[in-house]
Design a protein around this ligand. Structure first.
Ligand code: ADP
Length: 394
């Protein structure tokens, strides 16, 4: 089969992948290597119908070995489907990349300069690219950035009020979850063009969570900024914190950047607020603990607050779209978020919400409320396919 593409998302100890045929929205197969480098490292591969497929018994000690194991397993399972292009999820594309780019050594060196901006993700994303370049020599590698969709922000939403030289040195509000927002934007363009031309707030509520104001298909504001820590509380991440708190912790509690980073990224958010009950919304919803309920209350409050902020950035709102694991599945959170949104013209229909319908606003709601399952992998596959189409046309 010609024109198949592989998508890769390399994390610190995981490598998620999906194989797409030349056309179609669903992958032919997907899987992951989990716990790379640990004794329990495991490679799993599933067909489109969800059936587990046999995998190669190869070492999984680092990204390069894991990539070889993935390659070997895919070749056995799909002997006639060699990927012609590989699309990578890369968290940071810096201030200028508004589109996916084809990777070569020079581009890789440039992307390495963004690692200090995203030290927990970027180096692993790039290790995944290096491993793929080795395992698939000569196959084009396309980097797709979580920051790219937000490059249309006006200056006021791209900067902090710090001394100007910091902006020039890269201290900017980059925004993240861009692949998800691009997917939702495309879906609206195809299925609800009038809304796509209007003012849309997308709430991507998953383990990581952010919101984005999209006006006429362009991102104008986002709750995430310089890092993926800002804005909403998340599974284990704090969301927005007064920077004075961090100064206090450094000065009075002798916490260094490693300790603060661990607290902000891994011990805060829903997990921290619930007193350790869970970072997982399903568990919190099922819990009787007062702290779990308070964590949900804080999450809902911050989503409502940011909804107002995102709408203000556009001078109003024509639609609110929920996506991400929580946004797509939690009737409770959607209902709670929309409890006090009449002021902004949003009225939920509880029966539609309970059915997980695509449109969950009432018939009299001035603005629409929608649930659209997001698909970041497909955005990456489309970028890789677009590269192949360009090559063919050249
Ligand atoms: P990630 O950001 O890692 O991609 P997901 O988008 O998969 O995360 O979202 C994971 C979150 O979605 C978890 O908090 C999980 O509890 C929540 N979630 C998934 N299904 C439901 C559900 N039916 N009800 C409430 N929360 C849910």
């Amino acid at each position: 089969m010609s024109g198949a593409v592989l998508t890769l998302n390399a994390g610190s100890s995981s490598l998620k992948f999906a194989l797409y045929a030349g056309t179609g929205d669903l992958p032919m197969a997907e899987g992951m290597v989990d716990r790379i480098g640990a004794d329990e490292a495991r490679l799993t591969l599933k067909s489109a119908s969800g059936e587990s497929l046999p995998v190669a018994d190869l070492p999984l000690n680092d990204h390069a070995q894991s990539m070889n194991a993935v390659l070997s397993s895919l070749r056995t399972a799909f002997p006639n489907t060699e990927p012609r292009a590989i699309g990578h999820r890369v968290v940071h594309g810096g201030a200028n990349h508004a589109q996916p780019v084809m990777i070569d050594e020079a581009k890789l060196a440039e992307l390495e300069t963004y690692s200090p901006f995203a030290p927990l993700h970027q180096p692993h994303n790039l290790a995944g690219i290096r491993a793929a370049m080795k395992a698939f020599p000569g196959v084009p590698q396309i980097a797709c950035f979580d920051t790219a969709f937000h490059r249309t922000h006006p200056w006021v939403n791209d900067t902090f009020a710090l001394p100007r030289e910091y902006y020039d040195r890269g201290v900017r509000r980059y925004g993240f979850h861009g692949l998800s927002y691009e997917y939702i934007s495309g879906e609206l363009r195809n299925t609800a063009p009038l809304i796509a031309d209007g003012r849309v707030v997308v709430a991507h509520l998953g383990n990581g969570a952010s919101m984005c104001a999209i006006q006429n298909g362009r991102s104008v504001a986002s709750t995430m900024g310089f890092s993926a820590l800002d804005g909403l509380p998340m599974g284990t991440r704090s969301g927005q914190v007064d920077p004075g708190v961090l100064l206090y912790l450094m000065d009075q509690e002798n916490m260094d950047s490693t300790a603060i980073s661990d607290m902000l990224y891994r011990r805060s958010g829903l997990l921290g607020l619930s007193g350790g009950v869970s970072n997982d919304m399903r568990t919190l919803e099922a819990s009787d603990s007062k702290e779990a309920h308070q964590a949900i209350e804080y999450f809902v409050f911050r989503v409502q607050r940011e909804l107002g902020a995102m709408a203000a950035a556009m001078g109003g709102i024509d639609a609110l779209v929920f996506c991400g694991g929580i946004g797509e599945n939690s009737r409770l959170i959607r209902a709670r978020v929309c409890e006090r949104t009449e002021w902004i013209g949003l009225e939920i229909d509880h029966a539609r919400n309970a059915e997980n319908a695509r449109i969950i606003s009432s018939d009299v709601s001035r603005a629409r409320i929608m649930v659209i399952p997001t698909d970041e992998g497909l955005v990456i596959a489309r970028a890789a396919r677009a590269h192949l189409a360009q090559e063919r046309a050249a």
